[in-house]
Design a protein around this ligand. Structure first.
Ligand SMILES: O=C(O)c1cccc(C(=O)CC[C@H]2O[C@@H](n3cnc4c(=O)[nH]cnc43)[C@H](O)[C@@H]2O)c1
Length: 220
């Protein structure tokens, strides 16, 4: 099965490809850019091009991400059992409403449960909701607001929902795997551990190859 791995930046792409030996041929890794729009555009382009020759059987959104400290500490791994757009909606006097409450589109994509379990078992990743935002959370109040709205939120990043939307448009299942570089909350760049997170990403993908090869595409 052909697999497309989508990261935001080249450093994440390189961390993934470092995990692969010369025998790994059916995995393509692209750095599509930061944020949901760039991720969706890059993923949709790659899927469309491949559909004319050898379509992809799976898309994986991956990279560094913020961890909700209660469940995902620094350098830990998170695999999404739900990929949720956390700021796609409207601000109202009664609080935030997702676009689904306004009668539009979707705010959640659900990866194949059997594959999520296999990835978690193989990598030791925590399983939970990964939130996609367009603005990195920068305060404890915002982190608490997100956790109150998404009780199973484990991580926050900026690309997963965009990748998942493109994958859904092409009928391809999606995963999101994040390596925690920082805690979701007050902005403290000195506390970010991007290098350690990239090392964890390489370690995770080194363990994923047999899982991906063994997955038959069924969600059970
Ligand atoms: O606060 C800052 O100045 C700052 C310092 C370093 C990186 C950033 C980013 O905006 C990184 C966004 C990039 O990395 C992913 N990412 C990593 N941690 C988080 C997070 O806590 N919330 C959302 N996204 C995060 C994201 O997927 C982007 O690709 C800012």
């Amino acid at each position: 099965m052909r697999v497309l791995v989508v990261t935001a930046v080249p450093a994440e792409r390189d961390a993934v490809t470092r995990a692969f030996g010369p025998d790994v041929r059916d995995v393509d890794v692209v750095a599509a850019g930061v944020g949901p729009a760039a991720a969706a555009a890059g993923t949709a382009t790659a899927l469309a091009l491949a559909s004319a020759t050898r379509p992809y059987g799976l898309v994986i959104s991956t990279g560094i991400g913020g961890g909700f400290a209660q469940v995902a500490p620094l350098a830990s791994l998170v695999v999404a059992d739900a990929i949720v757009a956390a700021d796609l909606g409207a601000e109202t006097p009664d609080g935030y409403l997702p676009v689904t409450a306004l009668g539009f589109g979707t705010v959640e994509h659900v990866p194949p449960a059997a594959l999520v379990r296999a990835v978690a078992d193989a990598t030791g990743a925590v399983t939970g909701t990964v939130l996609t935002v367009s603005t990195v959370t920068g305060s404890a109040a915002r982190a608490a607001e997100l956790r109150a709205r998404h009780a199973y939120a484990a991580a926050e990043a900026m690309e997963g929902f965009g990748v998942a939307e493109a994958a859904a448009r092409h009928g391809v299942p999606v995963l999101e795997i994040r390596a925690v570089s920082n805690a979701v909350g007050p902005r403290d760049r000195a506390a970010w551990r991007i290098g350690q997170a990239l090392e964890a990403l390489t370690g995770a993908f080194g363990k994923l190859v047999p899982v991906l090869r063994g997955w038959d595409g069924n969600d059970r």
